[in-house]
Ligand binder design. Sequence first.
Ligand SMILES: [Zn+2]
Length: 99
Amino acid sequence: MVVGKSDTDTRRASRQLHRARRAAAPGSFTAEEWKAVRERYGAVCLRCKQAAPLTVDHVIPLSKGGTNDADNLQPLCLPCNVKKGTRTLDYRLAALAVL
Ligand SMILES: [Zn+2]
């Protein structure tokens, strides 16, 4: 994967946007709730199944009216989270089906 300057800039802008939206989004989750969500799915990325550092992904993106509640969260590694972008993709059902 080629990571150029523009890609880095895009990600930085995306992170800042994310932070601003998070502050305004309804609902909230605690560190404990997020830990419970990760552990429910084996602490791996739900998309690629790698035990990579996991990021909080909102199943329904905050930009699409999703909430910060624990039932709207799924663990994805950063590359998968970036690939998902602002689409509404729920990887949780498929993940539980194979457990
Ligand atoms: Zn992944």
